[in-house]
Design a protein around this ligand. Sequence first.
Ligand code: ACO
Length: 383
Amino acid sequence: MTEVTTAQKGLQGVVVGNSVLSLVDGENGRLIYGGYKIEDLAENALYEEVVYLLFHGRLPNGAELQEFTAHLAKEAVVPAQIIDFMQTQPKDTNGMAMLRTTTSMLAHYDPEAEDMNIDAVRRRSFRLIGQLTTLCAAWIRISQGKDAIAPKPNFNLAENFVYMITGDENLDRAAVDAINVYQVLLAEHGMNASTFTARVVTATGADLYSAIVAAIGALKGPSHGGANSEAMKMFLEIGDPGQVDAWFTENIKSGKRRIMGIGHRIYKALDPRANILKAKAQALAQSSGNGTWFELAAKLDDTARADDYFIERKLYANVDYYSAIVLYTLNIDIDMFTPLFAMSRVAGWTAHVIEQLGDNRLIRPDVNYVGPMDLQWTSADQR
Ligand code: ACO
């Protein structure tokens, strides 16, 4: 008989299986995708190379990369009916709500939507990775009252994203580079809440779209991907680097609030992605000529790191903290920060769906019933 144990609240410390996709080494602040250090990938890789690595277990050679990049660009086209639908929606619709709905709608136009054969799922995964980039860019424009722009077959996904939001074929290379690094850093991260959600849905035998839509829902929360926009709102609320100390005392020392973008279930050392994004945010702040938000964020980070409460609990900036500054400096609407996380993490979600399908079993934990027993039934008019 299987031994029954009750897991810690939040399933902390529970390992649910094996994966070849990534190592999140929280004690040492290391992140590895398929054998490669995140620092090397962020410095050198195209997002397409990381996607290829996650799906093939190795990096592509030059010809393979060229072919794969062109394939993802071709797959990024979204049915016109979905763009038309977006045009009919209230302009203030939440970005994650729009992405959740339109990702679900993609299934309506996919004749293979219900086919869970691994080859079909892999094909559809590549399409989804392309299409989520287009859905995000389209909503950025449509929510601003502009027309959506279709992706170009000769651009990679980061280039296409920048092109589709600006309409300018003369690409801003610094913006393309920042989006590519962001996508590389956010592509995959072990058994995080949204990936676990995608695996739970897949394990029931449901289709790929259901898994990805559910993952988008899990990512939306402020304890997970929603923290990037919450962090930016917090920086704006503080308003000025000179206000950091007073804000920290009033909101954090008092125990009233948490610093958004700080703390992590697994990392008890600095999240290596935060380091890379901090440098990126600083470089962008310098080149944009507006260093206020970077200065403010760095000051709050330093204040927390010097505080006993944060030291004792090993609370460090996570990926969402400095990515908020990067995305804000690129003029992305705050409401679209979390959708950009989703358009990057869709690589990891889909790769985990495939891994789950390769060795599937229903994921179904148990719960201890602690409610009342032996109550006597009375009819409604007697209660
Ligand atoms: N600010 C202040 N205190 C914090 C913070 C924070 N950001 N994060 C955790 N703590 C404190 C908690 O109050 C708790 O203190 P206690 O032991 O005295 O009660 C202790 O640190 C542990 O916190 P838990 O909530 O138990 O840790 P858990 O692993 O469950 O939560 C989480 C992790 C949700 C990320 C948490 O750190 C948090 O809320 N951070 C802010 C939101 C955020 O940035 N989320 C993004 C995470 S990264 C990602 O998903 C992409």
